[in-house]
Ligand binder design. Structure first.
Ligand SMILES: Cc1ncc(COP(=O)(O)O)c(C=O)c1O
Length: 445
């Protein structure tokens, strides 16, 4: 067993206080509100979490990508406290305030696109998606929406419909919202068209022509919404031509191109936004998760002419763009600059990929290693030739990890992907210790 300097497991996991909280949770919270590790937090800092029994873990899950600047950075905590001393809430629709306007300006500046932009702030990723689709429909006076297989856009009625995963998100939750059509994503490890890249000549993109010819006319489509790297779908990184080709179709057909950067954005992939790798300028870009530096916040940023389409009062939310969240976000975005977290994301990603490729040579269960910047995943298979998914083994590895002090989560339509969303403030020492725990878990199964 490698040396453990950071992780400290002093009880069985979960410990007595954690187990007690779990029992209470099972009595008071519905089971549908799933949870991924039986760890009850007491406090957290940077890339470490301490539970109610005094065990300290390394956090490779980062609140599912909400903690790119880490747990409780001093500057973000100070911004929150300072704002709480001034005013907590007015509702932006009643009294406007500076933090909202400053953050809107900042997002209009840092998102790609050499055109005038506007930003509205809401609360969750799903709410950003809902609003983007509303605005695109209003602007185009069309009502169809294109989305992708394996996509994840949220859990509200519309965003659940846009999502391209049956379990656990859609199953048994009733009829979908009409006029949403799913296209194949470029999941090259499991090509939906049964071909190989590059000889496929992007058959997945060409499939949209069949949809236009036989299902819905392109002039009835308001928007196409796409994740530049599919997150919940299993960190699926498409070939470089995929997004530009989709964008070209959108431009030809007058379809609003919506870039969902809820998971990929805010320095996660080695760029501020993953779409920057494609050098295209999305009509709308959605952020949430790490935008709030650990607080509740999401944003729709888009071309001013599109964003301004809906009438006054047609958009908004009582708590949208909460002043405490806006101040936390401004502090978090400053930290990304000050601490060069975009470059750090790249170096963390390189380190992880090198370690995972070395593990892949030793452990046949690792079928694929993929990712962009510090958004890296391992897809586990029972057999590399058949690519039969290994969901049970993936769950077992995650269990062994948290028992040894590493919090790590899964993803993927077959529940067989292990994904890493470490806080970008993680030190090299912490990263290496976490990777050694992960490797020991592979060794032990
Ligand atoms: C790409 C993407 N869009 C939308 C959402 C929904 O965000 P929220 O859970 O904040 O509603 C998520 C959440 O994981 C996501 O990854």
């Amino acid at each position: 067993m490698a040396k453990r300097d950071i992780v400290k497991i002093v009880t069985e996991v979960p410990g007595p206080k954690g187990r007690q909280l779990y029992t209470e949770m099972e009595q008071s919270v519905p089971r549908g509100v799933g949870h991924l590790t039986p760890v009850a937090v007491s406090h957290a800092k940077g890339a470490t979490v301490t539970d109610v029994d005094g065990n300290t873990y390394l956090d490779f899950a980062g609140g599912i990508g909400t903690l790119n600047v880490g747990h409780c950075p001093d500057e973000v905590v100070k911004a929150i406290k300072d704002q709480a001393d001034n005013y907590l809430h007015t509702c932006f629709h009643v009294l406007i305030y500076e933090p909202y306007i400053r953050l809107a300006n900042k997002l209009n500046t840092i998102t790609p696109g050499q055109f005038p932009k506007k930003t509205m702030l809401v609360n969750s990723g799903a709410e950003a998606v809902e609003n983007a689709i509303k605005i695109a429909k209003y602007h185009t006076k069309r009502y169809g929406v294109l989305s992708f297989l394996e996509a994840f856009h949220g859990r509200t009625a519309l965003t659940m419909t846009l999502t391209g995963q049956m379990q656990p998100y859609k199953y048994n939750f009733g009829p979908s919202i009409p006029w949403v059509y799913h296209l194949p994503y470029a999941y090259c490890y499991r090509c939906p068209c049964g071909q190989s890249y590059p000889s496929c000549e992007l058959a997945c993109v060409k499939y949209v022509e069949q949809v236009f010819n036989s299902v819905i006319s392109s002039d009835a489509i308001a928007a196409l919404i796409v994740e530049p790297v599919q997150g919940e779908g299993g960190f699926i990184v498409p070939p470089k031509e995929f997004l530009p080709e989709l964008y070209k179709i959108c431009k030809e057909k007058g379809i609003v191109f919506i870039d969902d950067e809820v998971q990929t954005g805010i320095a996660r992939t080695g760029k501020m936004f993953a779409i920057e790798y494609s050098q295209i300028e999305p009509d709308m870009l959605l952020t949430a998760k790490s935008l709030g530096g650990g607080t509740v916040l999401s944003a729709v940023t888009g071309k001013a002419e599109i964003m301004d389409a809906p009438h006054a009062g047609g958009l908004g939310a009582t708590f949208g763009g909460h002043p405490v969240s806006c101040q936390a976000s401004l502090a978090a975005l400053d930290l990304i600059d000050k601490n060069n977290l975009i470059a750090r994301s790249m170096s963390i990603g390189d380190k992880m990929k090198r370690a995972f490729l070395a593990m892949q040579e030793k452990y046949p269960i690792i079928g694929d290693v993929r990712g962009l910047g510090a958004m890296v995943a391992l897809e586990l298979v029972k057999d590399r030739a058949t690519k039969e998914p290994a969901p049970k083994e993936s769950a077992l590895i995650r269990k062994k990890c948290y028992e040894s002090g590493l919090i790590i989560i899964g993803a993927g339509i077959h529940a067989n992907v292990i994904r890493i969303l470490v806080p970008l403030v993680i030190t090299d020492e912490e990263l290496e210790e976490g990777l050694s725990i992960l490797e020991e878990s592979f060794k032990s199964i």
